[in-house]
Write a protein that binds this ligand. Structure first.
Ligand code: CP
Length: 322
């Protein structure tokens, strides 16, 4: 089944067919993703995009902007310091204000879980892409992880990934694990007990406390940053040296991995905590291919939403002032 949704709010609930369709489309943009100045011969028409980036971002923000540019889309990006949210305006009124200027796609990064979904409900005639909502989901990051791994293996079916670290606070882990499971893979979660998700909460996962046991026979391993900014009062922050010894992807651990085990990390890295700087710099990981995949996946998502928009009833679009 093709991806035919108005919004991309998460990978949970998407079918294998929908995820596969977005990955197939992204494959078609693989060369364009790393090609400076590339422009599509068939611009996506009818979309005007605002990237509402209300939390810090390097990879997601810049790759959406590059994707929009290469697809020939009208676009701009704004952060929380440049918006009237600071004067008390609601996100929904910000959206309505931009809708009145003809904006019809919102790429939303927000510190609160569910903020993009609420915006999608409140602006039903617009399209919303979740670019990371608190500890919720980060669907385009999940897609780019899947794209890199699928390129390497041909298929995710029957593969096992080990996800290490602060899973509890990680929207990346939630999206990647949902996508991995939908495509027939399984996941081992490994990290401090208080940073693991609730029992039975995630599909296709098991928890293993010992990292070296978890890594034996793994097809891929994903290291996660400790999300210090998302810890609440009273939540215990691991000490960095102890964490590295027990859960870090150190040079020694990587040397013991099978050569074909893929190493991914969503970035940004805390070098020599969850992953050694030497491992990042070794050329042994997929981290820079993940960044390239980010542009391809965001082009694919925008192009798919452009098709949905073009096919939507002209009367509905006229009612929305377009
Ligand atoms: N992986 C990721 O979302 O990175 P940014 O926070 O830099 O966008």
């Amino acid at each position: 089944m093709s991806f035919r949704r108005s919004h991309l709010l998460g990978l949970s609930g998407l079918t294998a067919g929908e995820i596969g369709d977005l990955l197939d489309r992204a494959e078609g943009y693989w060369d364009a993703a790393a090609h400076a100045g590339w422009r599509t011969a068939t611009p996506v028409s009818g979309l005007s995009v605002v990237n509402l980036i209300l939390e810090p971002s390097t990879r997601t923000r810049c790759s959406f902007e590059i994707a929009e540019q290469r697809l020939g889309l009208e676009h701009l990006s704004v952060g929380s310091d440049g918006l009237s949210l600071i004067k008390g305006e609601t996100l929904s009124d910000t959206g309505r204000t931009l809708r009145s200027m003809g904006v019809n796609v919102f790429v939303v990064r927000h510190p609160e879980v569910g903020a993009p979904a609420r915006m999608a409900e409140e602006l039903p005639e617009a399209h919303v892409i979740n670019a990371g909502d608190g500890t919720g989901e980060h669907p385009t990051q999940g897609l780019l992880d899947l794209l890199v791994l699928r390129r390497q293996w041909g298929s995710i079916e029957g593969r096992r990934i080990v996800v290490i670290g602060d899973v509890l606070h990680s929207r990346v882990a939630r999206s990647t694990v949902h996508g991995f499971s939908a495509l027939g893979g399984s996941t081992t979660l490994c990290g401090p007990a208080h940073l693991m998700p609730e029992a039975g909460g995630w599909p296709g996962t098991t928890i293993e406390d010992d990292l070296d046991r978890a890594l034996a026979g793994a097809d891929a391993v994903m290291a996660l940053r400790i999300q210090r900014e998302r810890f609440g009062a009273g939540e215990l922050l691991p000490d960095r040296a102890g964490y590295r010894a027990r859960y870090g992807l150190t040079s020694d651990r990587v040397a013991r991995l099978a050569p074909e085990t893929a190493i991914i990390h969503p970035g940004p890295f805390n070098r020599d905590v969850e992953i050694d700087g030497d491992v990042v710099d070794s050329g042994r990981t997929e981290v820079w291919r993940q960044v390239r995949a980010g542009v391809a996946v965001r082009m694919a998502t925008l192009a798919a939403i452009g098709e949905v928009h073009a096919d939507s009833a002209p009367a509905a679009r006229a009612g929305a002032g377009e």
